[in-house]
Design a binder for this molecule. Structure first.
Ligand code: SF4
Length: 376
């Protein structure tokens, strides 16, 4: 398959691994943060960790939008849906994420009208088909998904669909990276930059990371060859004493981003002063709110939102894992109280969550090997 097979070619993978071994200074320990949860899954799924030299540590970052959402926002969205004649809609990723009184799916089991949609425009169509109901779309995501929410709100306004609103939880990637770099317990040498977000924002917004923080950043794709090439590019920069932004994912990411998408976002959204990130606290200008010109479609304007604040269970270490301070397996609840079947934190259920990646690819592999070993 074009753009897949050549990025999974064993010969190219071995060449890249050889180049990494040649470039990595054995007397030095490297810590590279992959910002995006999609990279974390690729790293575990394809076993990339196992072919890197032991002195290169890949640290998982905060680039999973479901994971960074605090539990209180889930409760806030569900509290709106408790009202009469409301249909709660969200992406499938959100459905098993626990709020204080259970996940959206658990609320559905108790009788709430909860539906999975594949896009915000599906939610809008649902509103058009159900004029006697109010359809609430629980919007999450970084700049990757924010443009589709913006375009849907523009369409709702143009069509005059009034039984539709958005509970906006869109966050922006750059303040998240900034918060990681400001964290006193964090040491990162360089970043594997997020591929999906960058299709919208381009590469230019990362220039401050290189310029002000002296950290190389390489925007990367999600296939094994992409990630290994990104590591090669980072090592080359570090060897040369450079810190710049490079684009490994040129086949998808334009340097200047997607102008049409950015325009739609600017039309509909503005920055919030502060927004809470799970485990990372309140980060200034790190999230989007709906502009007053679209307030009739803003659930936070139309409904009384309780503004629930919930602290995570004491033993859960989602914040430390999100910041890359701990590996998933170092959380006290990993694989015991917290599993994909019975998640405590969103990192264990989201398709981009690092705990889910580690559990599904590493933990299960070890379990299987142990079983085979026991049987032999
Ligand atoms: S194992 Fe569960 S509780 Fe621990 S960090 Fe991961 S999601 Fe959070």
């Amino acid at each position: 398959m074009k753009f897949v097979d050549e990025f999974r070619d064993a010969g190219v993978i071995h060449k890249a691994a050889d180049e990494i071994r040649r470039l990595a200074d054995l007397g030095r320990q490297y810590r590279f943060m992959e910002v995006c949860g999609g990279h974390t899954h690729a790293i575990y799924r394809f076993g990339l960790k196992d072919i890197l030299p032991p002195n290169i540590d890949l640290v998982h970052g905060p680039g999973c939008p479901v994971c960074v959402l605090p539990m209180g926002r889930i409760d806030d969205g569900l509290s709106i849906a408790k009202g009469p004649n409301v249909i709660f809609t969200a992406f499938g990723d959100m459905m098993r994420v626990p709020g204080r009184e259970g996940s959206p799916l658990e609320h559905k089991a108790r009788g709430m009208d909860v539906r999975i949609v594949y896009s915000p425009s599906d939610a809008l169509k649902l509103a058009q088909k159900n004029p006697d109901k109010h359809v609430l779309f629980f919007a999450i995501g970084f700049e990757t998904t924010a443009p589709s929410t913006a375009l849907t709100l523009m369409r709702a306004k143009a069509l005059g669909v009034t039984n539709f609103s958005v509970f906006c939880n869109h966050v922006t990637i750059i303040p998240g990276i900034r918060a990681i770099l400001d964290s006193p317990d964090m040491r990162i040498d360089a970043f594997i930059g997020p591929g999906h977000v960058s299709t919208v924002i381009g590469c230019r917004p990362y220039e401050w990371v290189a310029r002000n923080e002296g950290k190389p950043i390489v925007v990367s794709g999600f296939e094994p060859v992409d990630v290994l090439q990104a590591v090669v590019m980072l090592l080359r920069q570090l060897k040369a004493g450079e810190a710049k932004v490079e684009n490994q994912y040129k086949r998808v990411v334009p340097w200047e981003g997607n102008r049409a998408a950015l325009k739609a976002m600017a039309e509909v959204f503005e920055l919030r002063s502060y927004f809470e990130w799970r485990g990372m606290g309140f980060i200034s200008q790190s999230a989007l709110r709906i502009r007053d010109t679209y307030k009739d479609w803003d659930a936070e304007h139309r409904f009384a939102v309780p503004g629930v604040r919930v602290t995570d269970p004491k033993a859960a270490q989602c914040g430390e894992v999100l910041k890359g301070v701990l590996k998933p397996v170092q959380c006290k609840l990993f694989g015991k109280e917290c599993t994909p079947e019975r998640p405590v934190g969103a990192l264990m259920v989201s398709s981009e969550g690092s705990c889910a990646a580690y559990y599904n690819y590493e933990h299960r592999k070890h379990e299987t090997l142990t079983r085979i070993g026991a049987a032999v």
